[in-house]
Ligand binder design. Structure first.
Ligand code: CA
Length: 156
């Protein structure tokens, strides 16, 4: 799963990137709104980006404008907005222009990762949090592979 991270604060961005990578996502990191919109536009055909984590206060183009423009262009990628702007008006505006979820700064990185997982699950039309293939079951929350049925059947 590939996540586009858009954050101009270097230390915060590094923390988020580390947490996402630890949760086994590949991360592309951009630092301003205009570059983010270009990347989202270029990805409309390719669909390589599975989710965007977007700060609102960004140089060159505000995050709200990025979301609005991306949706106008027809981009359907899930967008999780991050912002220190905790006022209800900003949160509402972010969701109204097309963001899928909103997390106020400061936030716990575990909560961020859980929300990323939930959004990806929803975008893939799955309600069940575990991924399964035959008797194998993977829980993305802890990267645990459930082999019990497999082992019980003696298939290994
Ligand atoms: Ca910022």
């Amino acid at each position: 799963m590939r996540v586009l991270l858009v954050e101009d604060d270097i230390s915060l961005g590094e923390g988020i990137r580390t947490a996402l990578r630890r949760a086994a996502y590949s991360v592309d990191w951009l630092h301003d709104g205009a570059s983010a919109l270009n990347a989202i536009r270029d990805d409309i055909e390719r669909s390589e980006i599975d989710l965007v984590v977007l700060d609102l206060g960004l140089p060159r183009m505000d995050g709200i404008e990025v979301v609005r423009a991306a949706r106008r262009l027809g981009a359907s990628v899930p967008i999780l907005v991050l912002s220190a702007r905790e006022r209800a008006a900003d949160r509402t505006l972010g969701l109204d222009v097309g963001a899928d979820d909103y997390l106020g700064k400061p936030f716990d990185t575990n909560e961020l990762i859980a929300r990323v997982r939930a959004l990806l699950r929803r975008s893939q039309g799955r309600a069940n949090p575990t991924l399964s293939c035959g008797a194998l079951e993977l829980d993305p929350a802890n990267l645990a592979l459930n082999l019990s049925d497999y082992v019980a059947r003696g298939d290994w």
